[in-house]
Design a protein around this ligand. Sequence first.
Ligand code: FAD
Length: 381
Amino acid sequence: MKYDYIIGGAGLAGLTLAWQMIENDLLKDKQLLIIDADKKDSNDRTWCFWSEPKIWITELPIKQSWDTAAVKGTDFDLSQKLEPYRYYKIEGIDYYKFIIEKLSKHSQITFIQDVITSEDEEFKLVETQSSTYQYSSYFFKSYFFPEDIRALGNPKKHFIWQHFYGWKIKTEKAQFNPNEITYMDLQVPEVKGGLSFAYILPESENEALVEYTLFSANLWEEEAYKSSLEHYIQNNLGLKDYSILEVEYNKIPMTNSIFTKKSKSIIPIGTLAGTVKPSTGYSFVRNYNHIQQIIRTLKSDGDDFSISGSKKFRFYDEVLMNVLHTGKSSGHEVFGNLYKKNKLPLLLKFLNEDTSLLEDLKIMNTVPKMAFIKAVIEEMF
Ligand SMILES: Cc1cc2nc3c(=O)[nH]c(=O)nc-3n(C[C@H](O)[C@H](O)[C@H](O)COP(=O)(O)OP(=O)(O)OC[C@H]3O[C@@H](n4cnc5c(N)ncnc54)[C@H](O)[C@@H]3O)c2cc1C
């Protein structure tokens, strides 16, 4: 059977695209095949993001949201209101279920659990471990192979990992403030050529996800994350008696490199398309915006599926990555200054790529100047 569209990878991007195709009536008289190696029936990740309470967000199965956040550095400890934003948390499994249930009502959508091994642009074929499938319009691809990552070794670009290890812990006594997240706690040992911090998402007075996060070129051994996290919980939070309910251990590529070559019928989506913001590792909202862009292109029979974004903010990301990656200034110095000297909602607006030039300049005035000037010159030339 020939499908009109194939989506390879039913994760955040693949499922959001299928859902939005249905919502926008783009599958009338069309056949869509979704292939994923996994059943998508486990809670393989938790997504967090900040946003104004937009309609599409309020529709989602949000687990929790907060309006206050703490930021901590070596010489500051600030609690701030996030208004006009809220910080949202959504469990992967809830998102998968929410969309799969909607899609299962449409007979023109077929799900297959299989591992994709290759794709052929010329003959519009997608090969899996057990079969070959053909598409007539587009193959939307969100998974990537180790070679795709290795191909990113462009010396002119920056590539670092956001790697993290977290425990959802439970305490006997009330230990957490469920109304406030710790967005970034820099009171942890510095890492060379990157950034290290902890963050806390409290679910109740007794339960919280506590995560140790690094931005750096080199990954650690699992034991090293564990002992750093344990040290943080025991010494920074002063908690000795707690039980571990869940573990989150993973990594996200942060890069200004492009993952794939341009192709007419193979359309990258999700991380592969560059939805992960290089300087933060966040992608939930950017993914939704990219999917909306794809929907508009499909509706207008266009052919531009690439992620749009302001050149200005792409350049800022490159400069920040240069500073961190080359060690021109330490992550603690850069982020410590940013969080100490600016209101958090303004920084979140900046990271959302919504600030004006005047607001950008105000923020830039708070970072180590020489390091950033050097990085600007290097990135420009
Ligand atoms: C643990 C974790 C936590 C994160 N937390 C946040 C967060 O809090 N906020 C935020 O904004 N971003 C977060 N991110 C970053 C980003 O939002 C996620 O990685 C997001 O899931 C990316 O969406 P995607 O569709 O590109 O990839 P995925 O959601 O990973 O989807 C890819 C899909 O492809 C499938 N697949 C892989 N290989 C094959 C194959 N060969 N054949 C068939 N299927 C295949 C996988 O099973 C998967 O379902 C997090 C990432 C991780 C890993």
